[in-house]
Ligand binder design. Structure first.
Ligand code: MN
Length: 226
């Protein structure tokens, strides 16, 4: 192939226990998938899941140093279980959905809450609040073959202080339901990631803050805002 400009590098995630890496296709995110977080965002009751996207090159594999982003005075963390698909399809039945999962990771859906709030208020798209550079730090993937389908604790600390502490069982729409529902809107494929929403306790972070988070049986992730 003779490219007119250098093509962008393929985005990949490391896989625990393997030299091979996971090639990322698309990155989907679920909004307000824990009741207590939905409540802190002003929602009430069980709504159908809704989705937005981050560009794959917004991922930061392994976390580490992340530049505090421009155009915000209200950067917030959302720790999330990230699902990685080994196969996809359209209209995937709920009963078959977990067979599509390659593995799981810990991710942070970094959010410029002020820009997201303005967008919500004006009925405009969320991208500038959600899909900015380095907005998706994510750990190495733990394959299902090793970790099974996780069901434990999900937590995040800022400078050692607990901010988010929930259980995956608190998800309004579980992983199988999320995959099944999302696949009614579009065709999912191998390489797709899904950030599955965050428990309560999101808070503002600043330059210099160190964030550490984890999910039982999946892994841990640490970032520093510089
Ligand atoms: Mn989120």
């Amino acid at each position: 192939m003779n490219f007119i400009i250098p093509p962008a590098e393929r985005v990949t995630l490391p896989v625990v226990g393997s030299d091979a890496v996971f090639p990322v296709r698309r990155v989907y995110c679920v909004g307000q998938n824990y009741a207590a977080h939905a409540a802190e965002m002003g929602s009430d009751g069980r709504q159908p899941p809704f989705f937005f996207c981050k560009p794959p090159d917004a991922l930061v594999a392994g976390g580490g140093r992340i530049a505090y982003p421009p155009r915000t005075a209200n950067l917030q963390h959302e720790v999330e279980l990230v699902v990685a698909l080994r196969e996809g399809g359209a209209d995937i039945p709920e009963a078959r959905a977990l067979d599509c999962v390659f593995g799981y990771a810990v991710g942070i859906d970094l959010t410029r809450r002020d820009l997201q709030a303005q967008a919500k208020e004006r009925g405009r798209p969320w991208e500038m609040g959600k899909a900015f550079d380095q907005s998706g730090p994510v750990s190495a993937l733990a394959p299902v073959a090793q970790c099974g389908h996780p069901g434990g604790r999900i937590w995040l600390k800022v400078n050692g202080d607990a901010r988010q502490d929930g259980e995956l069982g608190q998800m309004i729409w579980n992983v199988a339901e999320v995959i099944a529902n999302l696949s009614t809107y579009l065709t999912l494929a191998a390489g797709d990631l899904i950030f599955t929403g965050t428990p309560a306790g999101v808070s503002v972070v600043a330059r210099g803050d160190a964030l550490e988070c984890g999910i039982d049986g999946v892994g841990r992730l640490a970032i520093e805002l510089v």
